[in-house]
Design a protein around this ligand. Structure first.
Ligand code: ACO
Length: 430
């Protein structure tokens, strides 16, 4: 039996046989690239619910079973045993690094963390209270203006350098956005510090005294960054790929990813979760908010709940929930009220028929904001932290895409619903 599917247009009676492409795991995909030529029909799939846009060997998700793997490794094992840098290497290069490879990779990233001094001046152009994601989007895009000599996307060395630069500099730009908000001087990266430690240093150290980050905070940040590093063809990664399909430079493509991540239905959810928990305020108000989430006439949604792919507990949320317990235990002074309220909200929602029927579970961002909050990272920085971690995924997809022999500009079609042809009417007759 051939691996094909036959589609028939019942109006014209025309049939077309389409091949099915199978990967190593997960659902295959009907190859419809000849469909329009053969039948004059497009496919219609708003939100790309059933559309595979590419082949990829980076991340595997089974949403029904709640499985997430990077390059074959279960996310639980990576979160327990690895640092973010090991995982970034895994995503980009395909393998976990040995001692020497990791040292070399880290040293390259550390060397790239400093940004051109004139780039730091850009921040002065932003109002002191600008959202740090707005600064991120602008400043990341402006990196394109600094590396003309290594912007040849057909050159393998240029590509590798751009990928390493992006991962390195996005942390420095994130910290500078924070410093701009709070009016403190920017801190230079320290080559002797590991990536997450370095980021905390750039955010929380001042020139006035010594700073040493808490190992609990560094470990928590490593885990959060590993969990946020990649998630196959999500909205921001698909945005990076679509931007890249035109041959745009990698810095411009990653800036596109930053802007897509910002929305509350995607990476902006972590900030929205904390805002919503504030609005809920106490246990007694939970039923009122659950009722709003269920009301079809109310656009209100329970933030941090639901996922396009996971129809089971998001495996990242399971790990993050545990990390939140550990971090909050170590930060005795921190207010646990918000975390306790979140646990209660989760418990009530998971028993509610509406959420059960629709398989709506907490996603990665339901608990991540609470950990960042406990580490002293303000709300408007939460999506920025996500962007720093996701840059590893974005550049991996960009690198993979650049090597893909099937290189075509991304160009979806549409079903046109507008006016049919009509003749121009002069102004005085309208
Ligand atoms: N609260 C209440 N109802 C919800 C929620 C929610 N959070 N999420 C989905 N639903 C309902 C929808 O109303 C719909 O109900 P219906 O079938 O009766 O019409 C059903 O569940 C399916 O929802 P869709 O919107 O079709 O699901 P989709 O896959 O398009 O959206 C999304 C996924 C955007 C994540 C959605 O669940 C949502 O808005 N969640 C809240 C925002 C959020 O937490 N985003 C972060 C996602 S993780 C990440 O990107 C890092």
């Amino acid at each position: 039996m051939s691996d094909t599917v036959t589609l028939t247009d019942n109006t014209t009676g025309r049939s077309v046989e389409l091949p099915i492409q199978r990967g190593s795991e997960g659902p295959g995909a009907i190859d419809i690239s000849t469909l329009y030529r053969e039948t004059g029909l497009f496919t219609y799939d708003p939100g790309f619910v059933a559309t595979a846009s590419c082949h990829s060997a980076i991340t595997y998700i089974d949403g029904e079973a709640g499985i997430l793997r990077y390059r074959g490794y279960p996310i639980e094992q990576l979160a327990e045993h690895c640092t973010f840098m090991e995982v970034a290497h895994l995503l980009i290069c395909g393998e976990l690094p040995g001692v020497e490879k990791l040292a070399e990779f880290q040293s390259t990233i550390h060397k790239h963390m400093m940004v051109n001094e004139s780039l730091t001046k850009f921040f002065q152009g932003f109002r002191y209270d600008s959202h740090p994601m707005a600064m991120m989007a602008g400043v990341v895009a402006s990196l394109s203006a600094f590396y003309h000599d290594t912007l040849d996307i057909e050159n393998l060395e240029h590509r590798a350098e751009a990928a390493q630069r992006m991962i390195a500099k996005v942390a420095t730009i994130a910290a500078a956005s924070y410093k701009r908000n709070i009016g403190e001087p920017f801190m230079y990266p320290q080559n002797n510090l590991h990536y997450c430690d370095n980021l905390l240093h750039m955010m929380f150290a001042t020139p006035c005294g010594p700073y040493e980050s808490d190992p609990v905070a560094v470990r928590a940040l490593n885990i959060l960054f590993i969990l946020h590093a990649d998630h196959e063809q999500n909205a921001s990664t698909s945005t990076v790929r679509l931007a890249a399909s035109s041959g745009a430079n990698p810095y411009a493509c990653i800036a596109a990813g930053v802007t897509s991540l910002w929305g509350p239905a995607h990476g902006g959810a972590n900030e929205a979760v904390l805002k919503q928990l504030d609005e809920i305020g106490c246990r007694e108000n939970i039923p009122k908010f659950i009722a709003r989430a269920k009301d079809k006439d109310d656009p209100f949604r329970l933030m941090g709940f639901g996922h396009r792919v996971y129809k089971n507990y998001d495996p990242r949320a399971t790990i993050i929930r545990q990390v939140a317990h550990e971090v909050l235990e170590n930060y005795q002074g921190k207010d646990r009220r918000m975390f306790d309220l979140a646990l209660e909200l989760e418990e009530i929602a998971l028993k509610d028929e509406y959420f059960v029927e629709r398989k709506l579970y907490p996603n990665v961002d339901f608990y991540s904001g609470m950990i960042y909050h406990a580490l002293g990272i303000p709300r408007n920085m939460l999506t920025v932290m996500f962007a720093v971690a996701r840059t590893a995924g974005w550049v991996s997809h960009w690198m993979e895409m650049m090597c893909d022999p099937v290189k075509r500009i991304g160009r979806p079609r549409q079903v046109y619903d507008g006016a049919v042809k009509r003749d121009f009417v002069p102004m005085d007759q309208r």
